[in-house]
Design a protein around this ligand. Structure first.
Ligand code: NCD
Length: 326
């Protein structure tokens, strides 16, 4: 494993499988009455969120706390200092406080990379979403969820047919998923109106289509993306109704899916726009489970990046798998 997790491309197949396997072991802890492990006792994890977040911030906080780390939540939104200075000054403060890991979400693509390569801090940097660029832990929790449902919870995702639908242009989730799913052997198709595809998408390791209906019957996974209005400065489609008609997943479209196919969404959802409420709440939907799995996956990432700590009994506080510590 590299010292930082900035991009899904930082993970080769052994790294990705190690995180997913570790997350599976750690998920067992969530079923215990006492959900805490002493693994990161004495370590400090800072959640540095320059952009709004519900799921990701709470999930990282829960993950760090379940590993007994000290957690500092820094809601940096609203700072009047210019972005470059703000990031540097904040980083120097975090370093002075002895942060072992900094989990950063920022509206500027590349901000986590800047933090990791600047020399301002010594700890590990985890990208929790940077602009329209990447969100690697979301891709990991998505892969974890697919593996549980469609691959028996083990190994890679070779041959899995995954369609990712919607506002790819503004989606850091889509980019990270394409990269990680390629590493794990899945076949990915992006489906979006031409206006919501990024320039250069033909160079991404996936196929691209404008037709949702023809891709649904063979899909194993349908991942719907939020239409990110807050990042839109122009009109990318004629109307919300027209968008839903062509690219929304409603009950009729859901009938085209195979019995085993799962429906995913990273949240927050625009119910009635990219996904109908009946679909979001249907038995095929694993959307709530994605949130649950996010905690286990982020525990695994923090554990592996920070290396755990030796306990007085010589163990590292992580569950033992088949007689060998992870
Ligand atoms: C995503 C994000 O913030 O990139 N949400 C998330 O992390 N759960 C997707 C989105 O905002 O639509």
């Amino acid at each position: 494993m590299k010292r930082h997790l900035l991009s899904a491309a930082d993970l080769d197949l052994p790294d990705a499988l190690l995180i997913l396997d570790t997350a599976a072991e750690l998920a067992a802890v969530a079923d215990r009455p006492v959900k805490k492990l002493p693994t990161l006792r004495g370590r400090t994890v800072v959640n540095l969120f320059f952009e709004d977040s519900t799921r990701t911030r709470i999930s990282f906080e829960a993950a760090a706390k379940r590993l007994s780390a000290d957690v500092i939540n820094f809601a940096a939104k609203g700072s009047s200092v210019s972005k470059g200075e703000s990031l540097k000054d904040t980083a120097l403060t975090l370093e002075a406080m002895g942060a072992d890991a900094v989990v950063i979400r920022h509206s500027a693509s590349g901000a986590p990379h800047r933090l990791a390569t600047s020399g301002w801090i010594r700890g590990s940097v985890v990208n929790a979403g940077d602009g329209t660029h990447e969100h690697p832990t979301q891709a990991l929790l998505d892969a974890f969820t697919m593996r549980r449902h469609l691959a028996g919870g083990v190994g890679d995702l070779a041959g899995l047919d995954v369609v990712i639908v919607g506002d790819v242009l503004h989606s850091r989730v889509a980019r990270s998923n394409v990269l990680l799913l390629r590493t794990l052997g899945a076949k990915v198709t992006l489906i979006a109106p031409p206006t919501l595809l990024p320039v250069g998408v033909e160079l991404w390791p996936c196929s691209v289509s404008y037709d949702l209906d023809s891709s649904l019957p063979t899909a194993d996974v349908v991942m719907m993306l939020r239409v990110q209005r807050e990042r839109m400065s122009a009109a990318y489609f004629p109307s919300a109704r027209e968008y839903s008609r062509r690219y929304g997943l409603d009950v009729n479209r859901m009938k085209l899916l195979q019995p085993h196919t799962i429906v995913m969404h990273p949240g927050p959802m625009n119910r009635g726009m990219e996904i109908a409420a009946e679909v979001a709440d249907s038995p095929r939907s694993v959307i709530v489970e994605q949130v649950t799995n996010g905690v286990s996956v982020r525990m695994a990432v923090l554990y592996l990046l920070l290396g755990g700590s030796e306990l007085s009994d010589g163990s590292n506080g992580v569950p033992v798998s088949e007689g060998r510590p992870l």
